[in-house]
Design a binder for this molecule. Structure first.
Ligand SMILES: C[S@@+](CC[C@H](N)C(=O)[O-])C[C@H]1O[C@@H](n2cnc3c(N)ncnc32)[C@H](O)[C@@H]1O
Length: 384
C-alpha cells in the first residue's frame, strides 16, 4: 500500500477490487445483478474462490461506513432508533403481513389494515419503516408489494418462526441484560436471566417453552431455519466428520437434537450408522422420522440433566446445546454421560467458539460478538 494512501482510500480500493471480482463472476455466469427487487434470488450463492472477496467486501464496506460518520456520529448511530426496525418486523410477524400480500400483487394500506384488523395509520407508519430497510416495496403511492426480502417470508416459512421467536422472546429480554447482571451478579442459574426478568416468571427459557407448545414449536422451527443459513449449514459439519463410510461409528446419540434434522443429515451421509435423538418431551412429541430412515433413527424423551440411558454408543453428539448453559450446567451434562461411556466412545461438541479479539475480520468479529450475549446472558444463563 503506498504510504500516501489514507485508510479510507485503502478500504475503497478493497471494495472496488472485491466488487469487480464478484461482478465479473455474475456477468460471466449470466446471473442477475444484485438487487432487492421482488424477483431477485433470495440467497446470494458464491463459489468458494469468491468467499474471501465477499468477506473482505463486507468488512471494508462496514468499516468505511462507520469511519465516514466520524466517532461521535458513529456513537450516536449506535443509539439511534435502529431498534425500531425490530418493532416493525415484530408487527409484520404478528399479523403475518407478508403472507397477506400475494406475489405480483400491490395492495393499499387501507385494504391491508382491514385484513389485519389494525389502524391504517399504524400499518402505514410501520411498513414504511420496513420499506426503508428493503422489507416490501411501495411501488406507486400508497400501494405496496413484495421485495426480495419480504418474499423470503413466503418462500421460507421457517424464517417467520425465527423472527417471531426473536421479537417475542429474545429482543424484549435484551433490554433487561444490565438489570439481570446487577440483580444476579454471579449467578449460573438458568432462571436468573434477562429473560426471566422480562417475563417476571422465575423460569428459564426452556421451562417456559415447555408450558407454551406453540412457542416451543416456533423455537424448534426457528433453530431449523438457522441451519439453512450458509454459516450454520450442516454441510460444514459433514465435511469435518471425516469418517470412512465403512468405518463410520455404528451408533450416535444426538443430545438436545430437536427435530432430528442434523441426525438425519448425518445418517444420510453414513448409511451404516443408526442414531437416537434425545430432547425434552414437548420437542420429541412433534418430531418425525423421515421415510428413508425408518429403523435407523429413533426419538426419545431424555432430560440431559439426568444420567444417560442409552449405552453401547460410539458417539454422543451435542450441537448448539452446551452454549445455552453456564459452565456448572455444562459440566453436569457431560458428567451425566460418564456412566454410559463405553471404552473408546467419543463426545463431539459442535458449537460456536469465541475467538480472542483481533483474530477474525472486523465484520465476522462483530457478528460473533453480537451473538454472544444472547447465548450467555440474555435468554439463557448468566456466565462470566
Ligand atoms: C439451541 S437448540 C439446538 C438444537 C439442535 N441441536 C440444533 O443444532 O439445531 C437446544 C436444544 O436443547 C434442548 N434442551 C434444552 N434443555 C434440555 C434438557 N434438559 N434435556 C434435553 N434437551 C434439552 C432444547 O429443547 C433444544 O432442542
Amino acid at each position: 500500500m503506498p504510504k500516501s494512501q489514507t485508510r479510507t482510500q485503502s478500504l475503497a480500493s478493497t471494495i472496488s477490487q472485491s466488487t469487480a471480482e464478484i461482478s465479473k463472476y455474475l456477468v460471466t455466469e449470466g446471473l442477475p445483478d444484485l438487487s432487492f427487487a421482488a424477483e431477485a434470488p433470495s440467497i446470494l450463492i458464491l463459489p468458494p474462490h469468491l468467499q474471501i472477496a465477499r468477506a473482505e467486501l463486507l468488512s471494508a464496506t462496514s468499516e468505511l461506513h462507520d469511519l465516514i460518520k466520524g466517532p461521535l456520529g458513529y456513537l450516536i448511530g449506535l443509539t439511534s432508533p435502529t431498534h425500531n426496525i425490530l418493532a416493525s418486523l415484530h408487527f409484520i410477524n404478528r399479523y403475518q403481513i407478508a403472507l397477506k400480500i400475494k406475489l405480483d400483487e400491490e395492495i393499499s394500506y387501507e385494504a391491508l389494515a382491514q385484513e389485519c384488523d389494525v389502524q391504517v395509520n399504524d400499518i402505514r407508519r410501520l411498513l414504511r419503516l420496513a420499506i426503508a430497510f428493503h422489507v416490501f416495496e411501495e411501488k406507486s403511492n400508497g400501494l405496496i408489494g413484495h421485495s426480495a426480502v419480504s418474499r423470503c417470508m413466503i418462500d421460507m416459512p421457517l424464517v417467520n418462526s425465527w423472527i417471531g421467536h426473536f421479537c417475542d422472546e429474545v429482543w424484549p429480554a435484551a433490554s433487561k441484560t444490565v438489570e439481570a447482571l446487577s440483580t444476579w451478579p454471579v449467578s449460573e442459574e438458568p432462571n436468573e436471566t434477562a429473560f426471566a426478568l422480562t417475563n417476571s416468571s422465575n423460569q428459564s427459557l426452556f421451562e417456559s417453552l415447555q408450558q407454551a407448545p406453540a412457542n416451543a414449536e416456533r423455537f424448534t422451527n426457528g433453530m431449523k431455519f438457522l441451519q439453512s443459513a450458509p454459516e450454520f449449514s450442516v454441510s460444514h459439519l459433514l465435511k469435518d466428520l471425516q469418517w470412512e463410510t465403512e468405518n463410520s461409528p455404528k451408533r450416535l446419540v444426538d443430545i438436545g437434537g430437536a427435530d432430528g434434522s442434523i441426525a438425519t443429515a448425518i445418517l444420510r451421509q453414513f448409511p451404516t450408522m443408526t442414531a437416537v435423538v434425545q430432547d425434552l418431551p414437548n420437542v420429541i412429541e412433534t418430531a418425525t422420522v423421515a421415510q428413508d430412515l425408518e429403523g435407523r433413527l429413533e426419538f426419545r424423551n431424555h432430560d440431559m440433566f439426568s444420567q444417560q440411558t442409552v449405552e453401547d454408543v460410539d458417539v454422543y453428539f451435542l450441537r448448539s446445546t452446551l452454549h445455552d448453559w453456564s459452565d456448572k450446567y455444562c459440566i453436569a451434562i457431560l458428567r451425566n454421560l460418564i456412566p454410559a461411556l463405553k471404552n473408546g466412545a467419543k463426545i463431539i461438541v459442535n458449537d460456536v467458539c469465541m475467538p480472542e479479539p483481533n483474530v477474525l475480520s472486523p465484520s465476522q468479529n462483530q457478528l460473533l460478538r453480537l451473538a454472544h450475549p444472547q447465548f450467555s446472558i440474555v435468554t439463557y444463563t448468566l456466565t462470566h
